[in-house]
Design a protein around this ligand. Sequence first.
Ligand SMILES: C[S@@+](CC[C@H](N)C(=O)[O-])C[C@H]1O[C@@H](n2cnc3c(N)ncnc32)[C@H](O)[C@@H]1O
Length: 291
Amino acid sequence: MTMDIGELERQLNNHQFYHIIDLPGGLKTPGRPHFKYMWDLVIESLDTIDFKGKRVLDIGCRDGLFSFYAEEKGAAEIIGIDNLISTGAVELIIPARQSKVQMVEMNVNDLRQETFGTFDVIIFAGVLYHLRYPFWVIKKLQECLKPGGVMVIESGILTSMNQYPMMFCPAGEVKGPYDPTSCTFFNVTGMKCTLQSMGFIDVKLDSMIRHAGDGHERLKTDNASLDASFERKIGRAVFSATKASSAVNEQWVDDYWDGVQNPEVLKERARAGKVKAHHGKEAIVKDLTKD
Ligand SMILES: C[S@@+](CC[C@H](N)C(=O)[O-])C[C@H]1O[C@@H](n2cnc3c(N)ncnc32)[C@H](O)[C@@H]1O
């Protein structure tokens, strides 16, 4: 059923919107134009993905900009979750666009593989730096991806000190750059190492910007240009990564995340040649890309 354009225009005033989304009759949701630079970075990465016939999960989907993008590009099924559902999306955008995107109110911390099954593509934008349990959630998302599936992550990022894998986690008397719910800022090396430890391959930093005065400075993404200074700098970055497709890697990831402190598991892994002694501790030597 098509909605009357005049009525649609009137209804736009009944909701608050975050995203700017096209509607019939040349209308758009008003959204917050000053965040467009971040959405553009995500779209740049999504543009490299073939969505045709795919199952897509959009985490923290808000009004659904990336969900509707995936639908336009031919995705077969799109589920968006958000802990605060967008009534504007559910009551106005989805019916007006005659969209098949499904939006579900849920906290990503509660997501399990059993909830919706597995996906070809997971879009995880603007959420990671709000999470108190970032490793837990990345691991659960990895479990929700099909082998060979792709995850695109956009997040606030610590753009400096990239010689070490690190996370800046402001709390208490150390104030973060945004509001207090923004508490988890990986640096680029920390994000890449974490994704590799979760069984992802082809881990790429697709784009990165740094807040500069009232504008945004686009940073190069090669290692040489990554900042090694100790000054704290926060920007935004988009990563993409592919879930390795071998069962051996699955076992390796589970061992690493769930069993590494268990002496019996360590002994077993040492016998199997998956770890070697390193200064009295255990270092992982298994190459994730090989069986
Ligand atoms: C900054 S907005 C980003 C929206 C969109 N993904 C984007 O990048 O444009 C963050 C969204 O994530 C949602 N969110 C934050 N923490 C969440 C959580 N733990 N579980 C599910 N959604 C969450 C918020 O309600 C909000 O809609």
